[in-house]
Write a protein that binds this ligand. Structure first.
Ligand code: ATP
Ligand code: MG
Length: 589
C-alpha cells in the first residue's frame, strides 16, 4: 500500500458509501485472520483481523496491464489505504494455458510503478490463486458430498442445447441424479487423469429453470491435461473462473470484492457457492460480497487484451511498451505519470453506469501533473539559423534560464549564447502577417534569457527557401541586467546556441486511432488506425538535455512535455518522446 495519503479527501462514490455503512455497523468487526489465506478452521485460530477491510486486485497473468486496469488498481488499493485496510495483489492464475511468468513480472512492476505495494500490516499480501488448488478441489468434493454437484458426461454441444435460452428453461442432464458415491468416484477419476479433456465436467446442481442462465448448473471443474506455470503437471483438472474467483476471495478474507459490471449476473452464483460452503463449515464468515462498477471505456484507444495482443503480434506497434499503446508499460514510456493516473482515477470516479471517457481527460490529468513536476528546457524543433552579425565570432557568454516558473527553489541553469543560434523557423517571416510580433526585417524581439535583437534580413537558397536569418543585438539589454527594460519589445523567442546545441531525435506521438470509437464504422478497429501516430524528427536542444536520464520528463517550452525514452536512450545520447502537447490540439483538427 502506498504510504502516502491522497492530498485531497477522496470524492465519495457508491462503494465508499457501502464501506462506510459496513464499518459503522461493524459488519466485519469480528473477523479473524490466520495470518495467511485459509479455510474457516485456519482463520478461527488466528487473531482478530488487523485489516478493517480487505480488497484485492486480481489480474489474470495473460497479458499486460492497460489504462483500464489502472482504474481498478487505484480503486482497490486506494480504498484499502483510505480505510486502514489491505489490498491483496492476487494473480488469478487458474487457467493453465495462457498464463506466463513474463506477465506476472510485468504486472507486479506496473502496480508498483503506480505507487502501490502489497506489504501491509507487517506482511506481504502477494497471492497466487493456483496455490489454492487443493482447497478448491476440497470445496468441489464438499459440494458433491452435500448433493450440490455432479459429474456430467453430456457433450459440450448437448450441454449448450440443454442449457435453454433467455425465454426457455433448460433441461436436466441425464447425469444429474447420479449418486453421491458415483459422483465422488467419477470426480476422483477426473482428477487422477483417467478421462480425456472435454469428456466430462463437474457441475453445480442448482436449477436448470432459473431465469438467470448462470444459475443453470454452471460447470465448475473441467479436465485439461496442460502444464501450469506454477503447479506444473500436478493437476489435470482445473476450476472454472466463476467457481474459483469467489473461493479465492473467501480464503483471503476479502470483505469487498469489486469487479466490473459484466459480472453482475454472476453474483447470485457467487453468493450461492460461498453460502453453501460456509454452511458446510468450510469457509470463514462473514463472507465476502461482490460489488460491480462500470469499467473504463476510453475514446481513441482499445482496452481489450485480445486487441492489444493483435496490435503487438501483427506489428502495428513496436511492442508491448510502444508509447502509443494504452498499456501501462507504453504509458510509462510515453512519459505518463503515476500521479496523472491517480488524478484521472479520482476525476472519472466510480459509478454503476457505463459511459465513455474522452481521452482528452486523461491527457489533461497528465498535463496538470507534469506542469507541476517537470522542469523547463529549451528545444528548437524546426531549426533555422539566426546569426547575430555584431556579436564577435568565437565569443560566448552565460545566460540564466529558470528551471520552473512556479518553483523558484529549483533555481536556474546556465545556457550559452554565441554568434550563431538555432531558432524556430516559424519565428521569422520575411513579410509579416498582421499581428505577427516575432522576427521580420526591422523588428525587434527579445532572445529569451538574452538580449534584444533587431532583425536585419535573411538569406535564401536557389529555390527561395530561407536558410539564415540575420540580426544585430543591443548590448545593454541583457535579461537580468539594469538595462533589460530599456527597450520594450512585444516578441520573445527561444533559441539554442548552434555551437553548444545537442542535436537529437525526438518522436512526436499522436493518438493511435483516428476515431473516438475504433471499429464502430466498419466493425474492424484496425481500419481506424491513425497512419500518422508517430513522426520522428531531428531537433536542436539545449546542451544540458544531453545528460537527461532515461525516464526523466521535461517541459520543452512552447512545445509540450517530453520524456527521455527509457528503452532507446543511450548514456549521453537520450532520445525524447513527446508525452503530450501543452494544450489540447486534437479538438481543432
Ligand atoms: P480479460 O477478461 O479479457 O482477460 P480483463 O481486462 O478483465 O481481461 P483481468 O486480468 O481479469 O483482465 O483484470 C483484472 C482486474 O482489472 C479485474 O478486476 C477487472 O475487473 C479490472 N479491469 C479490467 N479492465 C478494466 C477496465 N476497462 N476498467 C476497469 N477495470 C478493469
Ligand atoms: Mg477478466
Amino acid at each position: 500500500m502506498s504510504a502516502e495519503k491522497s492530498a485531497n479527501p477522496p470524492a465519495s462514490n457508491f462503494i465508499r458509501g457501502i464501506i462506510d455503512r459496513d464499518l459503522s455497523q461493524g459488519t466485519y468487526a469480528n473477523r479473524r485472520w490466520a495470518g495467511k489465506p485459509g479455510l474457516a478452521a485456519d482463520h478461527a485460530q488466528g487473531a482478530a483481523d488487523p485489516a478493517k477491510i480487505r480488497t484485492r486486485f486480481p489480474p489474470e497473468p495473460n497479458g499486460y496491464l492497460h489504462i483500464g486496469h489502472a482504474k481498478s488498481i487505484c480503486l482497490n488499493f486506494g480504498l484499502a489505504r483510505d480505510y486502514a485496510g489491505v489490498c491483496h495483489m492476487r494473480f488469478d492464475d487458474t487457467n493453465p494455458e495462457k498464463e506466463e511468468q513474463e506477465y506476472v513480472d510485468s504486472i507486479s512492476e506496473m502496480v508498483q510503478w503506480l505507487g502501490f505495494g502489497w506489504d501491509a500490516l507487517g506482511q506481504s499480501h502477494l497471492y497466487y490463486a493456483s496455490d489454492y488448488f487443493d482447497w478448491m478441489y476440497q470445496a468441489a468434493e464438499t459440494l458433491i458430498q452435500q448433493g450440490l454437484a455432479y459429474v456430467d458426461e453430456q457433450s459440450a454441444e448437448e450441454m449448450r442445447v440443454n442449457r435453454g435460452t433467455l425465454t426457455q428453461a433448460g433441461k436436466n442432464s441425464p447425469w444429474r441424479d447420479r449418486s453421491i458415491e458415483d459422483n465422488l468416484q467419477r470426480f476422483r477419476e477426473m482428477r487422477d487423469g483417467k478421462h480425456a479433456d472435454g469428456s466430462m465436467v463437474l457441475r453445480a446442481k442448482i436449477d436448470m429453470a432459473s431465469p438467470n442462465i448462470n444459475m443453470r448448473d454452471p460447470a465448475i471443474y473441467r479436465i485439461k491435461h496442460a502444464t501450469h506455470h506454477n503447479t506444473g503437471d500436478r493437476w489435470c483438472i482445473y476450476p472454472m473462473y466463476t467457481f474459483a474467483h469467489p473461493l479465492e476471495d473467501a480464503f483471503e478474507n476479502i470483505t469487498h470484492s469489486i469487479c466490473t459490471l459484466e459480472f453482475e449476473d454472476q453474483r447470485p452464483f457467487y453468493d450461492w457457492l460461498l453460502t453453501r460452503l460456509a454452511e458446510a463449515g468450510m469457509l470463514a464468515q462473514p463472507l465476502p460480497k461482490q460489488y460491480e462498477f462500470a469499467r473504463l471505456n476510453l475514446t481513441y484507444v482499445v482496452l481489450s487484451k485480445r486487441k492489444l495482443i493483435e496490435l503487438v503480434e501483427k506489428n502495428y506497434v513496436t511492442g508491448w511498451d510502444d508509447p502509443r499503446l494504452p498499456t501501462l508499460a507504453g504509458a510509462r514510456r510515453r512519459g505518463y505519470t503515476p500521479e496523472g493516473f491517480h488524478l484521472f482515477a479520482e476525476r472519472i470516479g466510480v459509478s454503476k453506469a457505463d459511459s465513455w471517457i474522452d481521452y482528452s481527460i486523461l491527457e489533461d490529468c497528465m498535463r496538470e501533473t507534469l506542469e507541476i513536476a517537470a522542469e523547463r528546457r529549451i528545444a528548437v524543433l524546426d531549426p533555422i539559423q539566426l546569426v547575430i552579425d555584431n556579436y564577435p565570432a568565437g565569443q560566448e557568454e552565460d545566460c540564466y534560464a529558470t528551471n520552473h516558473p512556479h518553483k523558484p527553489e529549483l533555481g536556474k541553469r546556465t545556457v550559452k549564447l554565441s554568434r550563431t543560434l538555432w531558432i524556430e523557423r516559424e519565428d521569422f517571416m520575411e513579410q509579416p502577417e498582421k499581428g505577427y510580433f516575432r522576427l521580420f526585417p526591422g523588428n525587434m524581439v527579445r532572445l529569451r534569457y538574452g538580449y534584444v535583437v533587431k532583425c536585419t534580413g535573411c538569406e535564401k537558397d536557389a529555390a527561395g527557401n530561407i536558410t539564415v536569418v540575420h540580426c544585430e543585438y543591443l548590448p545593454d539589454t541583457k535579461s537580468g541586467t539594469p538595462g533589460a527594460d530599456s527597450v520594450k519589445v512585444k516578441g520573445n523567442i527561444h533559441w539554442v546556441s548552434a555551437a553548444h546545441a545537442y542535436q537529437a531525435n525526438i518522436r512526436l506521438y499522436d493518438r493511435l486511432f483516428k476515431t473516438p470509437h475504433p471499429g464502430s464504422e466498419t466493425d474492424n478497429y484496425l481500419d481506424d488506425l491513425n497512419p500518422e501516430s508517430v513522426r520522428e524528427i531531428s531537433v536542436q536542444l539545449e546542451a544540458s538535455l544531453q545528460q537527461a536520464q532515461a525516464g526523466e520528463t521535461f517541459q520543452f517550452e512552447r512545445h509540450g512535455y517530453f520524456v527521455a525514452d527509457r528503452v532507446e536512450s543511450k548514456p549521453n545520447a537520450p532520445v525524447f518522446n513527446r508525452t503530450v502537447t501543452l494544450r489540447d490540439t486534437w479538438q481543432k483538427k
